[in-house]
Ligand binder design. Structure first.
Ligand SMILES: *[C@@H]1O[C@H](CO)[C@@H](O)[C@H](O)[C@H]1NC(C)=O
Ligand SMILES: *[C@@H]1O[C@H](CO)[C@@H](O)[C@H](O)[C@H]1NC(C)=O
Ligand SMILES: *[C@@H]1O[C@H](CO)[C@@H](O)[C@H](O)[C@H]1NC(C)=O
Ligand SMILES: *[C@@H]1O[C@H](CO)[C@@H](O)[C@H](O)[C@H]1NC(C)=O
Ligand SMILES: *[C@@H]1O[C@H](CO)[C@@H](O)[C@H](O)[C@H]1NC(C)=O
Length: 359
């Protein structure tokens, strides 16, 4: 705790009373042993809506979570806002500097470098949700300051089967440089999303900048956000039929290339400043519960005791699950790659519909 206090002083941040639940070496919280209904009962005695910052770039990416929560815990109002992780974290950092409070109870984000720093600064509330021992240990914080709930990827080849035959979908990154892919691709600016950036770094490390030079001749439609490519190729009258910087949904289909792709554990944490710790615990335990995890069947799961039709992430021939956070923490490298792409395709143009600057 002393470390955290001096760090706060050093950073010149607002003085705040360190909560007694703050984690320090040798002091680890016990694993949640209450049922969801028991936590719900405790949470109902708290006041105000539970504010959750949810990383994404399309409102639909938060809707299923909101709907499922409402159906399961109708008496705890959930205020879940979707925005790109890099804007959520910027607002949290600003709010914290100004007021000493995060301004939200929970953050579930792609910006994995935030969590170790927030932990070091004493800004997270350590909590071991039920099933803690079933979460892959390499992707959860040993002191329980943050936990993954879902494994995302970019690099799966997402296509509209009404516009493109499965047998014509490429099987390697190299094939994207063939002339037939001219005017067919819609991709997210790699310099606007660090996970997409990491994917491009993997491909270029494998095939060289020559690959990117050739891709640039394909008249790619570059867009902001990773929901937008799916929305574009879902339109049956679209000239674009394929993307690898988006997620499958609706009428779309996807297959993985033979080449490496990227994975990351979408990670969540409770802020130490939460005035609603029981509601926050309920949310985290629910995200990791059997009943919620089974809605992700077909994807790789963060819990090793549950089986998915996708199999286990570690059996994937090129799993990069833990490498993304290493990449993210090296901001110098991230910046290096970003500017490489910016010198080719310029700054990201267009709006992410969710942009709410000044909020
Ligand atoms: C549950 O954990 C609490 C501490 O967090 C402990 O006091 C209690 O005895 C535990 N209950 C059971 C049934 O293990
Ligand atoms: C939801 O929380 C945000 C803070 O993230 C706040 O600006 C907004 O007013 C809240 N909305 C409601 C309906 O409470
Ligand atoms: C595209 O066409 C297919 C088959 O004709 C149809 O099932 C689907 O609903 C259409 N999608 C959209 C977004 O209109
Ligand atoms: C494609 O379909 C959408 C509706 O799904 C429509 O708004 C748009 O005008 C169409 N575009 C073309 C070029 O036909
Ligand atoms: C996922 O589906 C498979 C096949 O139906 C089933 O065996 C498995 O138990 C399911 N996993 C979960 C977590 O529900």
């Amino acid at each position: 705790m002393k470390t955290a206090i001096s760090l706060w002083g050093f950073l010149g941040l607002a003085a705040a009373v360190l909560p007694e639940w703050n984690s320090f070496p040798g002091h680890s919280p016990a694993i949640e042993n209450r049922s969801l209904d028991e936590i719900y009962a405790a949470a109902k005695r708290e006041h105000g809506s539970l504010v959750v910052l949810w990383g994404g770039d399309d409102v639909s990416q938060g809707q299923s979570t909101i709907d499922a929560w409402k159906a399961r815990f109708p008496e705890i109002e959930l205020n879940l806002t979707v925005d790109v992780s890099k804007y959520h974290d910027s607002r949290v950092n600003r709010q914290f500097q100004r007021t000493g409070s995060a301004g939200a109870d929970i953050a579930v984000l792609q910006t994995l470098h935030d969590y170790p720093r927030w932990k070091k600064e004493g800004r997270l509330y350590p909590y071991k949700p039920a099933h803690w021992e079933d979460i892959w240990s390499t992707i959860r914080d040993p002191d329980a300051a943050f936990v993954p709930y879902f494994i995302f990827n970019f690099g799966s080849l997402v296509y509209n089967p009404n516009l493109l035959k499965k047998s014509n979908v490429p099987s390697t990154w190299k094939e994207f440089t063939r002339p037939e892919w001219k005017n067919k691709l819609v991709l997210t600016y790699p310099n606007d999303d660090d996970a997409v950036l990491y994917l491009f770094s993997i491909i270029i490390n494998q095939y060289g900048w020559e690959w990117f030079d050739t891709l640039l001749q394909q008249n790619v439609k570059w867009v902001r956000g990773t929901g937008e490519p799916a929305a574009e190729i879902e339109r049956n009258n679209s000239t674009r039929s394929l993307s690898f910087t988006t997620s499958v949904g609706g009428n779309l289909d996807s297959i993985d290339p033979k080449d490496p792709i990227m994975y990351w554990p979408q990670t969540g944490a409770i802020f130490a400043s939460t005035p609603r710790p029981e509601s926050a615990k309920l949310f985290m335990s629910w995200l990791l519960s059997d009943e919620h995890q089974k809605t992700f069947n077909g994807s790789y799961l963060v819990r090793k005791d549950l089986s998915s039709t996708a199999g286990k992430i570690w059996d994937h021939p090129s799993s990069s699950l833990t490498q993304f956070s290493t990449f993210m923490e090296n901001r110098e490298i991230v910046e290096w790659w970003k500017l490489q792409f910016e010198t080719f395709i310029g700054t990201a143009q267009g709006d992410i519909d969710l942009l709410q600057e000044g909020k």
